[in-house]
Design a protein around this ligand. Sequence first.
Ligand SMILES: Nc1nc2c(ncn2[C@@H]2O[C@H](COP(=O)(O)OP(=O)(O)OP(=O)(O)O)[C@@H](O)[C@H]2O)c(=O)[nH]1
Length: 290
Amino acid sequence: MLRSDRRFPFTSSAGAPRKDAGKMNILAPVRRDRVLTKLPQCLRKEAALHVHKDFQPRVTCACQEHRTGTVGFKISKVIVVGDLSVGKTCLINRFCKDTFDKNYKATIGVDFEMERFEVLGVPFSLQLWDTAGQERFKCIASTYYRGAQAIIIVFNLNDVASLEHTKQWLADALKENDPSSVLLFLVGSKKDLSVSVPVVGEDFTSRQGKPHAQHLTLTFLQTPAQYILMEKDALKVAQEMKAEYWAVSSLTGESEAPGLPACLASHSYTSSCAPRPGTTLELLSAPCVR
Ligand SMILES: Nc1nc2c(ncn2[C@@H]2O[C@H](COP(=O)(O)OP(=O)(O)OP(=O)(O)O)[C@@H](O)[C@H]2O)c(=O)[nH]1
């Protein structure tokens, strides 16, 4: 179910197969640009539930002494959904490998990337699940939706229909996840095509030189004014979804998900600290050692 000619699990961040694939305990050092030493105010440790004044005192105490066995960053699972060819794979490739491929290769089912970070000195991993936009693979892809901490819904800033479809993508993804705890991001892709000075009358095929585009019904925005309207609509949809909104270009790397790791790390930290059903019972009956 992986892109046959692309990646496979456990590749290095450069995309090459790792010599130590299969030996998960030997890890290469985290890339320097993946080391976060500071989180935004609202995402710091102080935001964790267990530090709130009225939180269960014994659990708070256990968390402070790292006795829960769960304190630390959990792996965050992120699923990326959206219409066919909107640029989901390119978005992930830009984020994980800082690369861009202008050739379209449809994702078959799902694809997977693991990205490692260090946040405030603590290792943190992001699992990025790239799902197929093609209708015929939707059934396979949706089996991977469960257990996501974040959902990234991608649409093409030049294709109004793809924005309209985001609501359905979200509804499908939320069937498998808890809407109250999942973080949502609405991402408008291919910003470079919208804001670059368009050649009037030029279509997608001639602009990109991709034969596959002939099969797609795309409405190309021709003027900056139309782009502004599209962004306005997108912001409205994001508001309705309670999602954070980004407009990005994977081609240029513009606005590439800057806050994503910090946001997810914090989310993962706070949810790690919150008592899970089993843990809570155990902790409540244990004496609080100071
Ligand atoms: N100009 C431009 N082209 C882009 C951008 N992002 C993606 N593309 C192109 O759009 C096409 C589709 O990109 P993909 O990332 O494969 O799309 P996808 O959403 O993963 O497609 P499926 O796997 O079929 O769901 C490719 O030809 C990319 O090169 C962008 O930011 N700018």
